[in-house]
Design a protein around this ligand. Structure first.
Ligand SMILES: [Zn+2]
Length: 187
């Protein structure tokens, strides 16, 4: 998969991860107002200019800010929950035995069990290996006598973009990581 482009609003608030093709169309329509990153991700071909007899080419930056209104307000949107994002937040580390696992060997562990109304969200879930998850069963950590080696937290908007990105280039990771709150596990 080709590295994605981080789309910002004009103030620098992350809006979306987009494909290089989508970024090309923003360059072609003149919507890109500023760029950031360590250099172009790719050179893409745009539309064919009949009058000049040439095809336009665009150097696509990994971070682009677009003019127009923002769709995403940094402060009033809850990051959506997913297994994959949870595992990245927890650095693929089991919350009970503290060992690292591959994604397919991890499970979503509800601190307050689902059967007792525990929510499927960032505050009630941690990553756990299959062995620890089945050992804990439908009990709370206290009841099971199992201590959490780290605490759950809700990602900030910038963290959420880091968690959701796939194949993020190092300079873009840096750009987002430098804006994370102090104490984030992702920095
Ligand atoms: Zn474990």
């Amino acid at each position: 998969m080709k590295p994605q482009v981080l789309q910002l609003d004009i103030q620098g608030t992350p809006q979306a991860w987009i494909s290089q093709e989508q970024a090309t169309s923003h360059y072609a329509t003149g919507a890109v107002v500023w760029e950031d990153g360590a250099g172009p991700l790719a050179t893409m071909r745009g539309g064919f200019n009949v009058a000049r007899g040439v095809q336009s080419r665009f150097d696509i930056s990994p971070i682009i800010a677009l003019k127009g209104c923002a769709r995403v307000n940094l402060f009033d949107q809850e990051p959506s929950f997913s297994r994959r994002k949870l595992f990245v937040r927890d650095r693929h580390t089991c919350a009970y035995c503290a060992q690292r696992f591959r994604e397919q060997d991890l499970t979503v562990e509800h601190i307050l069990p689902e059967s007792r109304g525990g929510a499927w969200d960032f505050m009630n879930c941690v990553s756990a290996c299959k062995a620890c998850n089945s050992l804990k069963g439908a009990r709370t950590p206290e009841e099971a006598g199992m201590k959490l080696v780290y605490l759950p937290y809700k990602p900030s908007r910038f963290e959420d973009f880091l968690l959701a990105g796939r194949n993020v280039r190092a300079d873009v990771h840096e750009w987002l990581a430098s804006r994370l709150p102090k104490g984030s596990r992702l920095s």
